[in-house]
Design a protein around this ligand. Structure first.
Ligand code: ANZ
Length: 829
């Protein structure tokens, strides 16, 4: 058929791939492995373009690596439990299990229609007890290790979802990341994972993640938020307790000209002088009513009052006044700061406002010296070299901090401290659609873990899910009422469920032996496949999923389940797919284009090509009907050139060597294309440049009318390369055309399995010359070399030439005569 009709070819190849088991991992037990993974979808609605983009990117990589001869694991599953599914189910009055099942069916069908090369036999759904029982198993292990624990905590309570959510899920303005409702603080007992015990490891591990986007590692670094500082005691001049300040810049302490307490600081009442009391009390009362965020915002005016008391700087023995001010928070650090106006901007503004002294103690390591404090127009906050700092003068800031902390510790008035932004991961939810936490409460034995052999604790189907108030499981008597594993007396089950981020923390390992019912996965198999080589997904997961799974992996490492401590080598974060209007596709904007409809209209190959051609993976793309149309026309053009050049299909390969003139040009184009496409897939992940190169090759094919056997051989070479190189991007059309050229001999084979073509380095240089090769003055051969090639390069090419080799075999080269662009002569004996 000379017309390109994707609908008639795509289902056929999808069946062929399935029948051949072409994408099963483990088909090449002796080959090196590659594990290509995309973040599994959350099937709370239908598949959208964002999904199509991630899976198309991963699929191109997986297909390419298979063709490179690797044993490739490219699995898929569904992240089915959790709040969004539960909320959606409540909204349309359905059971989340039923809804999830439908969505999974529709996702699976859409993914198959897009021709993704998944190993479907490994599919997993986290809502299956056969999966989540291992969440429960891990929970028991973590409980044993003291990593999972119950705490009475201040929790973030989402007023919309009616459940506790993690710190990471609270976004701007104290709102829930999922539903946008206000989040309030609540005292609530909850389960937490001690991820903070891994803070240092998780931080250090980032240094090794060279193939992760900087953006993501930086976000993780900030989220973990290690801040090294010091606590220093300033004794009260009047005697009694000392004011303990927290500082990250102890190197500036000789420049401290006052101390500030938070208005709520317990020492305020004690130190305030009687004549200052009225003013101080009024200020404190006013601050209590002001929102903390507003009070400490960078632009907020600095305000404060003097307490009338003084504290002693332990480094200098000097007395400094004690103030209270709006910008110091009671909950942070020690609730008290030493103020260094010359080197801290807030302190500077405050000092200028209230006429407090400004003393420069740090000079820039390079460049102009700072003027005296009175002449300073803003704080100099950079590290530098200390001056006017007693025995520490002349030290660099970092060195000074270490020495000064040590000095304080030695003298007993302070110590170095480390603070972290990272908090433990509260993972219990008062909701239904999650993994039941395998704990039983017994009047006599308290909290008793469910014995391993009694797992899974199955989520009962009959809960009434309202989304408000008490956890739904509490109302299912048959679930709640049980017996104590220790004494057999009546007892109650835990009714809270796990955060879905537990499910996604280890699913990549479950794919290794997804039907294993004796353990979460087989560590032997894990040794062969882990870590994941390439992980593709959205950058919005930078600090939740991508941090949690690194934590979980380390725990699995300690449990002896995996052999390395990081789960993923290379991370690719893909950009957004916007609508044609440049806004993120969303029902709200009415600009959603569904992949299914596009596949029906243009075929999967066109949709895939669009995803890859519109921009490199990490960039956002705007949906463009025009560009989609253009890519469809490109594939149709590819299709037609094969029919136009059928006469070339059986050209002999031997004739290739005689290709000259335009045919040689075409050959060069072919080899250059192979090189560019390969680089686009491997080095820099710029699929768009790969596809652009293919377009140029197609133009070249149209421009060339073959007239001789060497011409036809050159065309055949180009057509074969084109079909092969197209396979990662537009796999269906590639199969069809590859088989056209290869003919009946290839019936048993698939381009999906064909070897990736190598390129001939001699042919990729645009400007090549023919150089005569002589041995002892006799012409023995010719080589194609870049025009600019020097003696060494030409000599190497000549020595590799079959015809020349015969004459050099067993001889010793005495001398080489080289005439650039013309001739090389080996003088041998
Ligand atoms: C003296 C100093 C001098 C400071 C200097 C900075 C620069 P991070 O890095 O965010 O941890 N600080 C300490 N406790 C505070 C509180 N409860 N409320 C408001 N500010 C507080 O910030 C640590 C720095 O924030 C500390 O180091 C302290 O000011 C201030 F040239 O101490 B610094």
């Amino acid at each position: 058929n000379e017309r390109y009709e994707p609908q008639s070819i795509e289902p056929r190849w999808q069946r062929r791939w399935e029948e051949a088991g072409a994408f099963k991992a483990g088909r090449r037990p002796d080959a090196d492995t590659r594990y290509v993974l995309e973040m599994f979808p959350y099937p709370s609605g239908a598949m959208h373009m964002g999904h199509a983009r991630v899976y198309t990117i991963g699929d191109a990589l997986a297909r390419h690596l298979r063709m490179r001869g690797f044993d490739v694991l490219h699995p898929i599953g569904f992240d089915a439990l959790g709040l969004p599914a539960e909320n959606a189910a409540i909204k349309d009055g359905r059971h989340p299990a039923e809804r999830t099942r439908e969505n999974v069916v529709s996702f699976r069908a859409e993914m198959k229609r897009l021709g993704y090369s998944f190993d479907w036999e490994r599919e997993l759904v986290t809502a299956d007890a056969s999966y989540y029982r291992w969440n429960q198993w891990f929970f028991l292990k973590l409980l044993e290790k003291g990593i999972a624990y119950r705490r009475q905590g201040k929790v973030n309570w989402c007023t919309g979802c009616q459940t506790v959510i993690a710190n990471e899920q609270v976004v701007d303005d104290n709102r829930c990341e999922r539903c946008g409702s206000p989040v309030v603080e609540k005292i609530h007992p909850e389960w937490a994972f001690r991820i903070t015990a891994y803070a240092q490891q998780l931080l250090d591990g980032l240094d090794g993640l060279k193939d992760w986007p900087d953006r993501v590692t930086t976000m993780q670094r900030n989220w973990i938020g290690k801040s090294e500082g010091a606590e220093v005691d300033f004794a009260l001049a009047a005697g009694g307790a000392a004011v303990k300040v927290f500082t990250t810049r102890v190197d500036t302490i000789y420049g401290c000209t006052y101390v500030v307490l938070a208005p709520e600081h317990p020492l305020v009442a004690q130190v305030t002088a009687p004549e200052r009391r009225a003013e101080v009390d009024a200020f404190v009362a006013r601050m209590r009513k002001t929102d903390a965020v507003e009070r400490t915002g960078e632009g907020a005016p600095k305000e404060g009052v003097f307490t009338g008391a003084f504290a002693v700087n332990p480094f200098t023995g000097e007395q400094v006044p004690i103030w209270i001010a709006n910008f110091v928070l009671a909950e942070y650090g020690t609730g008290a700061v030493m103020s260094v106006p010359a080197h801290d901007q807030r302190d500077f503004e405050f000092a200028r406002k209230y006429g407090l002294p400004v003393r420069v103690v740090i000079q820039p390591a390079q460049g102009a010296r700072l003027p005296a404090g009175d002449a300073l127009d803003r704080a100099a906050t950079e590290d530098g070299v200390l001056e006017g700092s007693g025995p520490f003068t002349g030290l660099a800031s970092a060195e000074a901090r270490a020495r000064m902390s040590a000095h304080a510790a030695e003298k007993g008035f302070g110590q170095g401290t480390v603070r972290w932004h990272l908090r433990d991961w509260g993972f219990s939810r008062q909701r239904y659609w999650g993994t039941p936490i395998p704990i039983i409460y017994c009047d006599e034995h308290g909290m008793v873990p469910v014995p391993e052999q009694d797992l899974p604790v199955v989520l009962p189907a009959e809960a009434i899910i309202t989304g408000t108030g008490e956890p739904p499981l509490a109302k299912v008597a048959s679930f709640v009422n049980t017996t104590c594993p220790r004494c057999g007396k009546p007892a109650r089950r835990e009714v809270e469920t796990m955060d879905t981020f537990v499910d996604s923390s280890w699913y990549y390992a479950r794919y290794l032996s997804p039907r294993d019912d004796a353990r979460p996965f087989d560590p032997e198999v894990a040794r062969r496949w882990l870590p994941v080589d390439v992980y593709v997904g959205g950058p919005e997961h930078a600090v939740m999923h991508l941090l949690y799974f690194r934590f979980w992996h380390r725990v699995m490492h300690e449990l002896g389940l995996v052999h390395e401590d990081e789960p993923v080598r290379r991370l690719v974060t893909q950009g957004i797919v916007n609508g044609p209007d440049g806004r993120k596709m969303s029902k709200r904007w009415g600009n959603v284009v569904a992949p299914g409809g596009m596949v029906s209209r243009f075929g999967a190959d066109t949709v895939r090509m669009f995803m890859l051609f519109a921009a490199p993976p990490e960039k956002d793309i705007d949906w463009s009907d025009e560009q989609v149309d253009g890519l469809f026309r490109f594939l149709a053009r590819v299709w037609r050139i094969y029919f136009a050049r059928q006469a070339c299909f059986d050209a002999s390969e031997a004739a290739l060597a005689q290709a000259a003139g335009e045919a040689l040009e075409l050959r060069r184009r072919t080899h250059r294309t192979i090189k560019r496409v390969t680089e686009g897939l491997e080095a820099d992940l710029k699929f768009n440049t790969s596809i652009a190169a293919l377009m140029e090759l197609v133009n070249a094919l149209y421009a060339f009318e073959p007239a001789s056997e060497p011409d036809r051989a050159a065309v055949r070479e180009a057509l074969l390369a084109l079909a092969t190189l197209l396979a990662p991007f537009a796999p269906h059309v590639a199969e069809e055309l590859w088989h056209e050229v290869m003919g009946p001999v290839a019936r048993e084979r698939l381009v999906a399995d064909a070897p990736w073509p190598p390129f001939d380095p001699a042919l990729i240089v645009a400007d090549t010359v023919t150089i005569a090769v002589q041995v002892n003055g006799k012409l023995r051969g010719e080589v194609q070399a870049p025009a600019a090639a020097g003696e060494a390069e030409v000599r190497a090419l000549a020595e590799a030439d079959e015809k020349v080799k015969v004459h050099l075999a067993g001889k010793t080269v005495r001398k080489v005569v080289f005439v650039p662009k013309r001739l090389v002569n080996f003088v041998v004996a």
